[in-house]
Design a protein around this ligand. Sequence first.
Ligand SMILES: Cc1cc2nc3c(=O)[nH]c(=O)nc-3n(C[C@H](O)[C@H](O)[C@H](O)COP(=O)(O)O)c2cc1C
Length: 392
Amino acid sequence: MVKDRRILLAVTGGIAAYKAVYLARRLVERGADLEVIMTESARQFVGEQTFAAVAGKPVTTDLFGTDRVSPHTELGRWAELIVVAPATAASLSKLAAGLSDDLLSATLLATAAPVLLAPAMHTEMWEHPATQRNVTQLIQDGHRLIGPAVGSLAGGDEGTGRMVEPEEIVKAIEAAFAGPLSGWRVLISAGGTREPIDPVRYVGNRSSGKMGYAIAESAAARGAEVLLVTSSHLPLPAGVESFPVETAEEMADQVWRLAHTVDVAVLAAAVADFRPVAQFDSKLRRADGIPELILEPTPDILAGVTQLDDRPFVVGFAAETGSLEGARRKVTDKGVDLLVANNVSDEGSGFGTDTNRVTIMRPDGSTDEWPLLGKRQVADRLWDLVLQIRQS
Ligand SMILES: Cc1cc2nc3c(=O)[nH]c(=O)nc-3n(C[C@H](O)[C@H](O)[C@H](O)COP(=O)(O)O)c2cc1C
């Protein structure tokens, strides 16, 4: 899955640069968020306008004089994966040596993202001891190489050095993004719902959505297809499809519609238990006196999912203030496969914080108390646990 993945395609100066246009196109068709950089030599082979048109955005070609203040660090940090295709002997040698005297080499040095290299050159250049030394170094440095293939080369020659076909590179990119959850479709709910009182006021809670977003981000990073039903407005993690909602009713509609299509549902949203029976059409005014708010229960989203005939593996969340007894009852009453309970009145735990201290509860009555962790760490441990349970 490359959908919404931030991929930087670096094109260097070999004949196979024309094939990189097709590679760019395939990535865009699959929904990748693509940026293209080109070396000066690459532009001798294919015009930057071609890549700009395919990617739908300008191509970056220089360290200096562009709209970006610091293109190499910006692009290096932005990218989740960098693909150098074609990768010339010259560019391989710069990368192996750690040079950073142009946009490509500086970007490759300024990134922590994985780098996939698709070498393309004449056989003599590929087999030269210097190139082979560089390749050994690059592999040692943690870079991945795809190819070169054996076949016809420019000028009618035959041999090793042909860039692997764009389709193969796409597969390698997809494999690079595939993680332990690849092939899983997961549904996550996040945020606190808002139940309208009048057009400007609502009954709400303090949930920020950070825990649910961390779970979504972690699942996407592990290769899952992620559907996020959310009432929060946090920035959407890469590779996550969002279904914005506001009220418990809207959240229930979306979650129930999607739940039977997924393998795992993690319901981390703080859903209001009650909502005003009637919503006032116009803003309530102090002068009109104290309004009477009558509340009614909202739909029980968790129970609705566990009661589905083709139910997914269900992870519920319980926010408690004080004893976790209520959470323990929820495990059996709601029929969840795992419950993540937290005392939101604990310091560093619960709504709005970046950390959480949770207790994992299983239907067999066993519990695990996890230490205070960053929300992303909680999310990572949670997916490890779900994977372990589902594979046992
Ligand atoms: C017609 C032509 C074709 C070339 N094809 C290749 C090639 O396929 N692979 C390669 O490593 N170098 C090739 N080169 C040499 C590179 O363009 C040259 O080494 C250049 O400095 C590479 O710069 P770059 O890696 O910054 O793009 C070719 C040169 C010419 C004139």
